[in-house]
Structures are given as structure tokens and as C-alpha cells.
Design a protein around this ligand. Structure first.
Ligand code: PMP
Length: 428
């Protein structure tokens, strides 16, 4: 055990989980690569759980942050904040939500907390619909709506949460149905649930479940839910913490795969927009955002330095069409991984879109999750110079691949080759 790891364990909580038997200390990065404290170089296919959106040490972001730090690090919601207004204007326009207002937080968890505060206040109801296998954070209220039991083993949340089917296409009671029938069955299930409960404030859902293993229902699922919800005045909250900013390639936001009935009532974001600096936020129509009778929520959120980072990062993303890059390079990567999967019996499924790809591992010839194989692949890829993630329900048997969106074709091929070696060696 390294000295730093021993000190970490002696002073930080046990539940602050670290990856790898010999945890990594990342000291610097560049582009799609990071280096550890022993000088080892890694191709980064996880971007610190999707926080490095564009690239490591992006000069444009570094410059914006250091210039702002050189001017002032002052943080307060009591005074006008130019970078906050500018970033809010950009995000309001990109959100697709009419008459949108943006409130910044420091994390996705707080963004979801705020969304719940808005929805429950607006609708005068503390009942929330959430998806099975979901993850929305671990604060008092966010953990109360997180369906993934591994992440919410106990919850004394003040919210009453009801869980809806549909976030996992290829498991569960409707797995064998066609897409249309799957959606119809989930809608029936939702209607049945609504017949048995007090009127909920909102349905919160990740368009593609992140921690749940990069899994989703068919395109159009949330549009079908929306019709049922809208008739009853129930709000739709899209948690775009992992799916936002063009990561899914086909769309800028994940909700757009379900956008037939328009944008969500509330959208939450975080992770990538700060490129590693902590920005979260909520977007909602003015009518919903302004239902709170309060002065503010926090002193922090939207600090000048993180807003400067976010603006520079967003500009880079849009100017270099990284959404298009995610679609193109992600398309090649998924094909390559599916070709490997066809030859490795441990792989049950390769799924996802853009640069958000999941590889689910099972015990060969069965449908039983294989978390040991997933951990072994994680270790083997690290030893071979590639960082990836894990996730997937309570059994953590999916590999998660979500590189910075500037990934090149050559890097995609290099990473796929390392993954192939790891899958073959571990699962032989
Ligand atoms: N929502 C989703 C979909 C997430 O994946 C996460 C983090 N993994 C969160 C919310 C919580 O965000 P944060 O960790 O920034 O608090």
C-alpha cells in the first residue's frame, strides 16, 4: 500500500470508493492521456467519470481559468457575475426550453436536489416518480430517488418515491418485446402506478442511465411517458448529468432521442461542462424556476472561476463540433467492440451511442452478471495503459467507456485493441 493510500484510508470515509487494488494518483494530463505519480501514461476512456468533456489540460480552459484567478476569486451571489450571465445565456438557448432560467450549483447532486425542490414546490407534492436502476446522487433527497440499490442501500428521504420500468431494454419482464410493445408495456405500467398513488410532482429520468451501466429504453420512451404525465400536470425532469453536451453523438442532449413532445420541463446538468471544475445546474421555464419564494440557495455555484472554465470549454466543444466527433468516432468504436464481443463469450451486450458505450459481462452461456470479470478487465486494461469505468445495477458487471469527446480515430483503435486483449485474457 502506498503511503498516500494509507493516509487516505486513515482520514477519509470508507465509502469514498477508489478504483483499482493499487489506487491511482493522477498527476497530470494532456489531450486524451493522463499520467500517474509513477510516471505511467494512460489513454483515458473514462475522463474522470465523464468530467473531462473536451480534453485534458485544454489550453483554452487553462488560459480562461488562470486569467480569472489572476483577476479575482471572489464568490458571492450578491453581486452581478458576468461569466455566470454569459454561460447561463448560452445554456438557456441550447436547452431548447422556452423562456428558460438557469441556476448553477457545484455538482449534479445539488442540481437534482434543486430540481426536486422546484418540482415539489411547484406541484405541492412530495411524491416523485423515478426509474428503476437509476442514479441521481447521494444527498438526502437525491439518494431518496436513486433506484440503483447499490447506491441507495438505505434512505430516510422525506420524498415518497415510486419506481417505473423502462430504463433497461434487454433485461426484465419486457425484454423480449419489440420496441413499440416494450414502450406500450411501460406506459401501461406507469398508468397503473398512477392509478394507485397520490399525484406525483415529477418523473425524473436519465435518458441513458449512467451509473446503471449505460443502459436505456428505446428511443421515444419518454415521449410516450410524457403524454401520460402532461395530461395529469406531472413534470418531466431530464437528468442530463452524463448524457448532455453532445456525448451521445446523435443529439446535444439525451432527451432529444425522446423529444417528439418537446423539451423536458426541467433539465439538470453537471460533469463535463466544467471540464473537471465543479459546475452543476438546473434549467427550467421561468414559471417553474421562479416558484421558489427565497433569496438564493447557496453562496457557491456559478463562481467566476468555474463559469470562466465552462464558457471556454463550451466554446471549444461547439467550435470543433465535438458532438459530430463523438458520433463518428463513437460509431467506429462500437462497431469494433461488437466485433470483439462476438468472439468473447463473456460479453452479453455492447450498447450505447456516441462516446457513451457499455459492455456488459456475464458468466458464459448464462444471463448471470459477472462482476468479478468486470473488475478483472478493469485491472488488466489499467496494466496495459487504458483507463475505463465500471457500472451496472447492483452487480457492477458493465464496463463503461466515455472518453473525452475529442478522441481521435487512432486513439479509439488503440483503446479498442487494449480492451480486446484484456477481455480475451481475463475471460478465457
Ligand atoms: N445524475 C447522474 C445521472 C449522475 O451520473 C451523477 C454522478 N454520477 C449525478 C447525478 C450526481 O452528480 P455529482 O456526482 O456531480 O454530484
Amino acid at each position: 500500500m502506498t503511503d498516500l493510500y494509507a493516509r487516505h484510508k486513515s482520514v477519509l470515509p470508507d465509502w469514498l470508493a477508489l478504483y483499482y487494488e493499487d489506487p491511482l494518483e493522477i498527476t497530470h494530463g494532456e489531450g486524451r492521456h493522463v499520467w500517474d505519480s509513477d510516471g505511467n501514461r494512460y489513454l483515458d476512456f473514462f475522463g474522470g467519470i465523464l468530467t473531462t468533456m473536451t480534453a485534458h489540460a485544454l489550453p483554452e480552459v487553462t488560459k480562461a481559468v488562470s486569467e480569472q484567478a489572476g483577476r479575482i476569486l471572489h464568490s458571492s451571489t450578491l453581486y452581478l457575475n458576468r461569466p455566470m450571465v454569459e454561460l447561463a445565456e448560452r445554456i438557456a438557448q441550447l436547452s431548447g426550453i422556452p423562456d428558460a432560467r438557469v441556476f448553477f450549483t457545484t455538482s449534479g447532486t445539488e442540481a437534482n436536489d434543486t430540481a426536486l425542490l422546484l418540482a415539489t414546490t411547484y406541484r405541492r407534492s412530495n411524491t416523485i416518480l423515478a426509474m428503476r436502476n437509476s442514479y441521481h446522487g447521494r444527498s438526502f433527497s437525491a439518494v431518496g430517488i436513486t433506484g440503483n440499490r447499490g447506491w441507495s442501500p438505505t434512505s430516510l428521504s422525506p420524498l415518497q418515491t415510486l419506481y417505473v420500468h423502462g430504463g433497461v431494454r434487454t433485461r426484465g419482464p419486457y425484454a423480449s418485446l419489440s420496441d413499440d410493445d416494450f414502450i406500450a408495456a411501460c406506459v401501461d405500467d406507469l398508468k397503473d402506478l398512477l392509478g394507485h398513488t397520490r399525484p406525483p410532482a415529477a418523473l425524473i429520468a436519465e435518458p441513458i442511465q449512467g451509473v446503471g451501466g449505460f443502459t436505456s429504453g428505446p428511443d421515444g420512451l419518454y415521449a410516450a411517458f410524457r403524454e401520460v404525465l402532461a395530461e395529469r400536470g406531472i413534470l418531466w425532469i431530464a437528468d442530463e448529468v452524463q448524457t448532455g453536451w453532445g456525448r451521445t453523438g446523435d443529439h446535444f442532449w439525451g432527451w432529444q432521442a425522446h423529444g417528439q413532445s418537446g423539451p423536458p420541463d426541467i433539465l439538470t446538468f453537471a460533469k463535463g461542462i466544467g471540464n473537471g471544475s465543479s459546475i452543476g445546474g438546473v434549467v427550467a421555464r421561468a414559471e417553474i424556476m421562479n416558484c421558489l419564494d427565497a433569496n438564493s440557495i447557496s453562496t457557491f455555484g456559478g463562481t467566476q472561476i468555474t463559469m470562466a472554465a465552462g464558457l471556454a470549454n463550451l466554446n471549444y466543444l461547439l467550435e470543433h463540433d465535438l458532438q459530430g466527433n463523438a458520433r463518428r468516432v463513437g460509431g467506429l468504436l462500437i462497431e469494433r467492440l461488437r466485433a470483439v464481443a462476438a468472439q468473447v463469450p463473456h460479453v452479453r451486450e455492447v450498447r450505447g451511442r456516441g462516446l457513451m458505450l457499455g459492455v456488459e459481462l456475464v458468466k458464459p452461456g448464462t444471463d448471470e452478471a459477472d462482476p468479478d470479470a468486470a473488475s478483472a478487465v478493469l485491472e488488466a486494461t489499467r496494466a496495459d495503459g487504458l483507463l475505463i469505468g465500471k457500472g451496472g445495477g447492483h452487480n457492477t458487471s458493465a464496463l463503461r467507456i466515455a472518453p473525452p469527446l475529442s478522441l481521435t480515430v487512432a486513439e479509439a483503435e488503440e483503446g479498442a485493441a487494449i480492451l480486446e486483449r484484456a477481455l480475451r485474457s481475463v475471460t478465457q
